[in-house]
Design a protein around this ligand. Structure first.
Ligand code: ADP
Ligand code: MG
Length: 485
């Protein structure tokens, strides 16, 4: 679906802003030393602080602050040297303290922007409003017992970054592109693993409609905790049509919080604005305002890795790749490093990109394998590309060498040697083969002299006779010369 939807009375534009919760990759929680490892026994990673025991005091985890600053820098955002932790008060069984420690008026990271890559090759800038630090709640489990709910506090207190976008996103495609890019950046930075199916990255989708040409935003609904890219796309498509129908029938949108039901494929109301919580935010008396020195921020900045946009630009510039190929190869750091190792041996960026994307990725996909356990090493793939570049083998023979190297764990140079696959560049041998074909086909020779296009037939015959090993350029030249074309 595009950015707009056609209604009966007008064309409507989708306006979307995303709030992403990203769990920080750290060993310990934001305010306690309890472990954050995924998948542990319920309630085995809970400190007294996480359990909200009276008199327990939170101690800020410096590493988590560093990760938030790193992320802020990675999304080109302003770092605030002073930020304040607040209490967001509400009751829920999986929140034993009765409040969540978060940042409200003074977040650690302010405004910024990221560039998203759209499927048609366009690049669009999406504004970032803020990034703040907060602790996660525990988990209520309602489906383990017919009449009871269970509480698991392992997640309680884990550090989250909430990253809020400006309402700059138009349509499901842009929302998915935004989330993909944000996830890519987080993974490059190693500040969040981005695993949406484990819940370490989840999105709240805010969506409203307005008539095309209208400058004011319409009333929005917020769809909570959508936890896959597919679900984000489906939730947006459903919600846009739901709002369209109301607006086209002269109704108004109630600002409300909704949830996405992936089974029924619909959004449902959770609470209306009237039922919205009054969280009674106030600065957390247990924590001093957080002051960070600029020198510390600069130190983090100096250690930032090369980010996706920079890597992509470098691949285009240094290796002569197309934007598309560079995009595919920089989608994650594993692909990118593998490719760079191939280039190091191949000495040919374009050739290496072609072999990684078309041959290797295709072959791995067929076997349902990951690049991390590719049966052919980057150095060996690089060897194949180098052999082609040197003219030792043709591209076609290269595919045979690839298949042997891939399935038999063998060295390409050794394969070419042992299997006698080296391309024949010896003109004497090629001349002999051409002479034989000419001698055996006098009729064709006559025809070719009338119609030079038929020389291709001789080239084909010679290639066949030499098992595809003759250098095609040499064959073409010799055939033309011998036929007197
Ligand atoms: P809250 O904190 O109540 O959720 P915010 O003003 O912080 O509200 O906005 C949350 C998100 O909603 C942001 O991502 C913002 O871009 C988006 N947003 C705000 N207004 C609209 C609107 N009219 N339509 C769509 N998205 C909106
Ligand atoms: Mg919100």
């Amino acid at each position: 679906m595009a950015k707009t939807i056609q209604g009966e009375s007008a064309v409507w534009e989708m306006v979307i802003g995303l709030e992403v919760h990203a769990q920080i990759t750290s060993q310990a929680k934001l305010f306690s030393g309890a472990s954050t490892a995924f998948g542990a026994e319920p309630n085995s990673q809970v400190s007294f602080v996480d359990a909200g025991m009276p008199g327990m005091l939170p101690v800020l985890n410096e590493y988590c602050v560093e990760q938030a600053v790193k992320t802020g820098l990675g999304i080109n955002s302003a770092i605030n040297n002073v930020s304040v932790f607040s209490r967001k008060n509400y009751f829920y069984p999986d929140l034993p303290t009765g409040y969540q420690i978060t940042q409200f008026e003074h977040p650690i990271v302010g405004e910024g922007a990221i560039e998203i890559d759209l499927p048609d090759g366009q690049v669009k800038t999406i504004g970032i409003t803020r990034l703040h630090l907060e602790q996660d709640a525990g988990k209520s489990i309602h489906d383990m017992h017919p009449t009871k709910s269970y509480i698991d506090l392992n997640r309680a207190g884990c550090a989250l970054m909430e990253i809020v976008s400006e309402p700059d996103i138009r349509g499901a495609e842009e929302a998915v592109a935004y989330l993909s890019k944000l996830r890519m950046i987080l993974r490059y930075l190693e500040t969040c693993d981005g695993n949406m199916d484990e819940g370490s990255m989840r999105a709240d989708v805010n969506l409203s409609l307005r008539k095309v040409g209208e400058t004011k935003f319409g009333t929005r609904c917020e769809i909570k905790n959508v936890n896959s890219l597919k679900a984000v796309q489906q939730a947006i498509e459903y919600e846009a049509l739901r709002q369209l129908e109301i607006l086209e029938n002269g109704g108004t949108i109630d600002q409300e919080t909704r949830l996405w039901d992936p089974v029924k494929m619909e959004t449902r109301s959770m609470r209306s604005k009237e039922e919205a919580h009054d969280y009674r935010y106030f600065p957390c008396p247990d924590l001093l305002p957080l002051e960070i020195e600029q020198a510390w921020v600069d130190g983090i900045k100096a250690t930032l890795p090369e980010l996706p946009d920079e890597k992509k630009a470098r691949f285009v510039k240094d290796f002569g790749l197309s934007e598309y190929d560079a995009g595919v190869l920089t989608a994650d750091t594993t692909n990118a490093s593998f490719f760079e190792e191939v280039v190091a041996t191949a000495g040919d960026g374009k050739g290496a990109a072609n072999w990684v994307i078309n041959e290797l990725f295709g072959r791995l996909k067929k076997d349902d394998r990951d690049i991390a356990d590719s049966p052919i090493s980057p150095a060996r793939l690089g060897q194949i590309v180098a052999l082609i570049k040197k003219g030792d083998i043709s591209g076609k023979i290269g595919k045979d060498v690839f298949e042997i190297a891939y399935t038999q764990d063998r060295d390409p140079e050794e394969i070419v040697e042992t299997e006698g696959m080296k391309q024949v560049t010896d003109t004497g041998a090629i001349e002999t083969a051409v002479d034989e074909v000419i001698a055996a086909n006098p009729d064709q020779v006559e025809k070719a002299k009338q119609n030079p296009k038929l020389a291709g037939w001789f080239v084909g015959q010679v290639m066949k006779a030499t098992g595809g090993k003759a250098n095609p350029k040499a064959v073409n030249e010799i055939v033309a010369a011998k036929l007197g074309l």
